[in-house]
Structure formats: structure tokens, C-alpha cells
Write a protein that binds this ligand. Structure first.
Ligand SMILES: [Zn+2]
Length: 181
């Protein structure tokens, strides 16, 4: 018969556990409580998890404290607002505590994303693989409505151009063609 030494067991979260295991767990909890808050604050920000599409020159120019003109960095970001492939970062200066808004680029990549013709689902899949914020379906549709007619017009122009070019080529080589036919 299996003999259990109950002396070494203790009830922990509704289950019987070895006393040494429970003691270790409690010690770990205590140690975590002791960790000062400052350690968490000083860690690099996790707001920018994953990848982003940015214009580095523009970001460098924008990452300057609006009050004391100190050069800021990604670690100063306290909030991120994403608009598809465009981001607005709120940054807190560690010298004067002023909040400055920084744009990730001058223009949106959103219309380019729609123009690519990849489609909303394909874009989402790519963005998911690299852990990057992506256009919402509503935003994609909005851009599609704005850009759609322009793309259609450009396609028509291109067709008209090709037809005219073909016509000119025929006229240009009419004698050669007449001989051959
Ligand atoms: Zn400042």
C-alpha cells in the first residue's frame, strides 16, 4: 500500500502541496513585491511591440521636446495612436516632463497599401507575421472608396494610351504591313 507522509504536505490554493514547494512559491511572491517601481519605469517601453513603417528622417526631426528642445527617443513614448500604417506617438520628456506628439511619417502609407491591390486580408496576414498594427477593415474600405475611382481612371488612361500607340504604329508601318499581307 502506498504510504503518504502527510507531515511534509500543506494545503495551498485548495490542493495538497509539498511544504518546500509552497515555501519557495511564497518566497518568490515576496521577492516580486520588493522590486521597486522604478525598475519597471526604467525598462524600455513595450508600447512599440512588433514592427512599424516609419520615415526615419521625419521621426528624427519630430522627436524633439516641444518645450526644452531635447532630442527624444523611442523610450520616451508613453502612448501610441495608430491610424493604419501611420502612428502618432505621445512622448514625455524626462528633463521637463512636457508631452510632445510625434508623427511617424509625413504622408500615410495607407493609400499605397490600398493601391498595391493586395487586399485587406493579405495586408492583415503580412502585418500579423511581423506583429505590426494594420488598417482596420473600415479604414481600408474608406481608402478604397477614395482611391478606387482614381485607379479606374488611371487604368482607362493607360488603355487609351496603348490603343493610340498601336494605331500610330500601324500608320507608321502601313507600307510594310501592306506588302506583307
Ligand atoms: Zn523637455
Amino acid at each position: 500500500m502506498l504510504k503518504v507522509n502527510t507531515e511534509n504536505l500543506v494545503r495551498y490554493k485548495g490542493k495538497w502541496k509539498k511544504k518546500t514547494v509552497v515555501a519557495g512559491r511564497l518566497k518568490l511572491i515576496e521577492r516580486n513585491k520588493e522590486t521597486p517601481d522604478v525598475a519597471r519605469v526604467e525598462k524600455p517601453t513595450t508600447i512599440l511591440r512588433g514592427m512599424r513603417l516609419i520615415d526615419p528622417n521625419e521621426v528624427n526631426k519630430n522627436m524633439i521636446c516641444s518645450n526644452c528642445k531635447k532630442q527624444l527617443s523611442f523610450n520616451h513614448i508613453v502612448e501610441e495612436k495608430t491610424m493604419g500604417f501611420h502612428y502618432i506617438w505621445t512622448m514625455r520628456c524626462d528633463t521637463c516632463s512636457t508631452l510632445t506628439k510625434c508623427h511617424s511619417s509625413k504622408s500615410h502609407f495607407n493609400d499605397g497599401a490600398v493601391r498595391s491591390g493586395a487586399g485587406c486580408n493579405a495586408l492583415r496576414k503580412i502585418a500579423m507575421c511581423i506583429d505590426m498594427p494594420v488598417l482596420s477593415e473600415e479604414t481600408y474600405k474608406r481608402y478604397e472608396r477614395e482611391i478606387g475611382p482614381l485607379i479606374e481612371e488611371a487604368a482607362k488612361d493607360s488603355c487609351r494610351g496603348a490603343a493610340a500607340e498601336e494605331r500610330n504604329l500601324v500608320i507608321e508601318h502601313i507600307d510594310t504591313l501592306r506588302d506583307k499581307l
